[in-house]
Design a protein around this ligand. Sequence first.
Ligand code: HEM
Length: 489
Amino acid sequence: MTDFLSYWRGTNWSFDVLYILPFFLIIIRGVSFYLYGRATDLPPMLSGWVPWIGCALQMGQQPLNFIQNARQKLGPIFTLKVLGQRLTFVTEEEDIEVFFNNPDLDFELAVHKPVKNAASIPPEPFFSNHFKLHSMMKGYLAPAKLEPLCKRLNEKFSWHVKKWGESGSGDLYKMVRKAMYAPVVEGLFGDDVLPTNDDEYKTFEKLFVQFDDNFEYAAQIPPFFLKDFNSAKTWLMDKFVTATKIAEKAKLNNGAETLFQTLIKTVDHEWAPNFGLLMMWASLANAIPITFWVLAFILENPDVLAEVRKELRRELKGLLFCWFISFAKISLEKLQNLELIKRCILESIRLRSPGAISRGVEKEIKIKDFTIPEGDMLMLSPYWMHRNPKFFPDPEAFKPDRWLQADVKRNIFLKGFMPFGGGRFQCPGRWFALMEIQLFVAIVLKSVDIDLLEKVPDNSLLHLLGVQQPETGLMVKFRARASTESRDF
Ligand code: HEM
């Protein structure tokens, strides 16, 4: 040891380094090639201490914060090793275009495993059905086709809001779920998926919440680890098997197919119940929490609430709203004019967007100076992108008026806004989502007075997949608006 130290102390550095450095570089390169089979210009990586598990434990309960901390530590492009998978995050605005439009990045590669775990659809039927299913959804839910859906939802939302009662208190999130689930499922899937008897309907609600709450974990780890998720899935899948049989036999109502009937005709017959369940989850899992946030943010800001009520009075003049009659006929055209509500919706979606969306790297790509190897999952976080002050000054504040600079009527949004993803497989339900949320918020604020009994909760930071859930409940007191008041236009 002493010999070794004296060698280092006494050595002629400039001469020896010249010989030793290239040698070290070759070794480093060799090790890196062994590990990754390619160049060393990979993004910096956090790999955790436990093989295969990687950073999964450190990400723990706060994956959203973990990725933001990793960004501060490692820079704008970085890789996290999680459960045997390399997740490479891009976080700067100039990377958005690459993420959505590079032909070597693939949406299907990113989602086929979660789909297998969560909806029991193996890769082969997924790949052969996915493209046609997406195209069908996009066509069925296109803006020009929404009028009949809007009409159907109108009556059902009003009726379910009426079921809250004349006055009372409750958790706003639960109230929204209760009033929206059934109308949305019946509107898109017909009357045969949901149980008609009250007790069984309560079981449906409970099990769907169980399915939804665990979906994110079920998408990542083999489902046999998640007992609650599995039992909920089996129960819900049974409903879809029965509903598929009924829907196939049913005569079409004036030629107007439900989304589910069209789905059955689109995908391979034996997988229709599985795709049906997956579509039902997609149609409820994001839009309903966002509806909760919109109401919560509006109610938390009295000035905004006053302006919204003024808009409702002005634009819905002549329409009858009162708690004991359950119809409020708001056409699509009328909704178009409720621009402030639309701005509140866009602002709420901005603040509570999905934690991350992903694309599979099919063939090695270059981003800035980094090589992103084939097999990586490229990740982008709308949640953090929407907190970029360059696009959204004072990003944490709820400011519906920032959307005055957009053209919300024509659905031209602000730069940097990407809650629905982008590219070929952008969310096909986005126009339907905006319509149903706007309709529900209008009906509620027109027919019910709601007071917050506590502070609006933060989002839970637990979720990367899908929009943000509230950390806790939000107790409110409500009272149906008097019929005279409702008619007071
Ligand atoms: C505020 C509400 C919603 C948000 C924020 C949202 C967001 C998203 C996002 C981020 C994606 C992935 C897109 C990508 O990776 O580029 C997606 C996919 C999808 N969304 Fe939505 N979504 C919402 C509502 C809905 C609704 C109401 C439906 C159905 C009626 C729906 C159906 C779907 C489907 C089927 C996919 C998968 C598309 C595919 O597999 O090709 N979404 N959504």
